[in-house]
Write a protein that binds this ligand. Structure first.
Ligand code: DGU
Ligand code: CA
Ligand code: CA
Length: 197
């Protein structure tokens, strides 16, 4: 039996506890604009999902409004998650960890797609990213060390960059990825390695 997909209004941030798996079964989750966030560029909105250390989020569609998207605290796996319309941003690394985004897509962001606010390893594999200001932004003015790895993805129409950082030690490696119209591509990144793109 295949159940029809539903749209679920999230009134309070859904917390995926440490080590747990949240499987959205392909349903669409939208933020209550008054209690979670309206998805505008206003700062301080809440996330639709908060992932604690070692949590997995999968098979989720984030619809309009997506508020502050997904926040991670530690290691996280984000698999087959589709942002139909990026909110203030799509995903923020709030605490140190290794975050893997595998499959899925994100589109229509006024500014940032993925925001890195803590030292981390961010792997983006088989992902489709389109139409935003920048795909990845390390917190403006921060100098901590972060590593980004992009593989097998398709990236189009970024106004400013694929990855922008102010840190002189942060690195990016991108392999087997197709991209077009991505602005400066590596804005401020001192260590870049690429192959097969
Ligand atoms: O402008 O702190 O965009 O986590 C400075 C702000 C900004 C953050 C970031 C985020 O860097 O709010 O959404
Ligand atoms: Ca922001
Ligand atoms: Ca944000």
């Amino acid at each position: 039996e295949v159940k029809p997909k539903e749209t679920i209004v999230v009134n309070n941030t859904i917390v995926v506890k440490a080590g747990e798996v949240f499987d959205g079964a392909g349903n669409r989750y939208v933020a209550n604009p008054t209690t979670v966030g309206d998805g505008s560029q206003k700062e301080g909105q809440k996330p639709v999902f908060r992932l604690e250390d070692g949590a997995t989020l999968k098979n989720v569609v984030l619809g309009v409004p997506a508020a502050d998207g997904v926040h991670t605290y530690g290691d996280a796996l984000i698999e087959n998650v589709v942002w139909e319309d990026i909110g203030e941003d799509a995903m923020t690394i709030k605490d140190e960890g290794h975050v893997v985004i595998r499959g899925g897509s994100a589109q229509h962001g006024s500014d940032k797609m993925f925001q890195i606010n803590a030292p981390s390893q961010l792997d983006i594999i088989n992902f489709t990213a389109r139409d935003a200001g920048k795909m990845i932004r390390q917190l403006g003015g921060s100098t901590f060390h972060t590593e980004v790895y992009i593989e097998g993805s398709v990236i189009t129409d970024m106004n400013e960059a694929i990855f922008r950082t102010d840190s002189s030690t942060s690195k990016v490696r991108m392999v087997n990825t197709r991209y077009s119209n991505v602005g400066n591509k590596w804005y401020g990144v001192k260590y870049v390695s690429e192959s097969g793109n």
